[in-house]
Design a protein around this ligand. Structure first.
Ligand SMILES: [Zn+2]
Length: 300
C-alpha cells in the first residue's frame, strides 16, 4: 500500500493496544485513528484504536465484512465500504487482505482491522477522534447465519456417526467423529444463510467414511440433523465467546451447551447471544455427485 503514515502510526499512544470488540456484540465505538494509508486506486484505509467492525478473514473468508460508517469530530460521515485484515511486518510494511504473505499470528507481525473508505477526498488522519458504527441489522443477520452453522456442524457429525467403518482420528467438540472438519472444502455465510461444501473423496473413504448410505438416504439424514438442532435450541443455551486477548488476531472460541454438554469451537466471527436468538433453523442436504455434499443452513 502507498502513502502510509508510518510515523503517525508508531507515535500514536494507542498503537500498542488496538482493540476489536465485534465478538462482544458491539456495533459502535468511540475511537482514535491510529494510522491511515491509501490503497492503489485511491481508497483510504483507516486503522483505529478500537473498532466494532468485523473484517473479512483473509485466510478463511466465511463471514463477510461488516459495513457501516465512520464519523469524524465535525460530524462528517464516511461510508465504510469494506472491512479487511491489515498486517504489519516486523519491518513496518503494511499488507492488506489477500496480499498478506504470512499466516495469522506469525512471529513479529501485527494484525489490524482496516476500514476502507472509497472517498478520494476523505481527510481522516492519525490522532483524530472517530466514531465507528457497523450496520447492526446486517451484523445480526450474519451472526444468526453463523451461529446456525455452529449448530449444523456438530449435528451433522452426530447424524453421520454410524457411517464410519473405523476411527478417523479426529473428534468434534461433542466427541463425535468430525466429518465436518475433515471433509469441509468451503463455507460461505451470507445474511440468514450459510452454505457449506464438503468433498467426500478418496481420503475420506480411506479414513473409513461410507458415502453410499448417505447418498441413498439423504432426506433421512437431513431430518435427523434438523431434529437435533431443534432439540438443542429448545434448551436455549447462552452463546458466549471466550477470547484469549482483544486484538484482531487473538484466538477466540464459540461456546454453548448442546444437549447438556458444553461445546467449544475456535471461531473468529460474530454470533447471537443465545441459541433462541438465531431463530428457526432449517438445514437442507444435496449431493450433486457422489463426492460432493452441499449443505444449506437457512435461518428465519
Ligand atoms: Zn465460526
Amino acid at each position: 500500500m502507498k502513502n502510509i503514515c508510518l510515523a503517525d502510526f508508531f507515535q500514536s499512544p494507542c498503537a500498542v493496544s488496538l482493540r476489536v470488540t465485534f465478538h462482544t456484540g458491539s456495533c459502535e465505538e468511540e475511537s482514535v485513528i491510529a494510522a491511515t494509508c491509501r490503497r492503489e486506486g485511491g481508497a483510504l484505509v483507516v486503522i483505529a484504536s478500537e473498532t466494532p467492525f468485523h473484517p473479512r478473514d483473509y485466510q478463511w473468508p466465511d463471514q463477510p465484512e461488516d459495513l457501516g460508517y465512520a464519523e469524524d469530530g465535525r460530524g462528517r460521515r464516511y461510508e465504510v465500504a469494506d472491512a479487511i485484515f491489515v498486517a504489519v511486518s516486523p519491518g513496518g510494511d503494511f499488507h492488506a487482505d489477500r496480499d498478506i504473505p504470512v499466516r495469522k499470528n506469525s512471529p513479529g507481525w501485527n494484525y489490524f482491522a482496516g476500514h476502507v473508505i472509497r472517498d478520494e477526498d476523505a481527510s481522516l488522519t492519525a490522532g483524530e477522534r472517530v466514531l465507528l458504527r457497523a450496520d447492526a441489522e446486517r451484523r445480526l443477520a450474519l451472526s444468526r447465519a453463523h451461529s446456525a452453522s455452529h449448530l449444523m456442524g456438530p449435528a451433522l457429525n452426530r447424524a453421520l456417526s454410524g457411517l464410519w467403518r473405523k476411527d478417523p482420528g479426529r473428534t468434534d467438540a461433542l466427541g463425535a467423529n468430525d466429518f465436518d472438519q475433515l471433509a469441509i472444502e468451503s463455507s460461505s455465510i451470507s445474511e440468514l444463510l450459510c452454505t457449506d461444501s464438503y468433498h467426500i473423496g478418496k481420503s475420506m473413504r480411506k479414513r473409513g467414511f461410507a458415502a453410499e448410505p448417505l447418498a441413498a438416504n439423504l432426506r433421512l439424514y437431513e431430518d435427523g440433523i434438523n431434529d437435533l438442532i431443534a432439540r438443542w435450541q429448545s434448551e436455549d443455551s447462552a452463546i458466549t465467546i471466550r477470547a484469549e486477548g482483544d486484538s484482531l488476531a487473538s484466538r477466540r472460541y464459540w461456546r454453548a451447551t448442546l444437549g447438556g454438554k458444553e461445546a467449544e469451537m475456535p471461531c473468529g466471527g460474530t454470533h447471537t447471544r443465545s441459541l433462541s436468538e438465531i431463530g428457526q433453523v432449517r438445514v437442507s442436504l444435496e449431493m450433486p455427485d457422489n463426492e460432493t455434499l452441499i449443505i444449506r443452513t437457512y435461518v428465519r
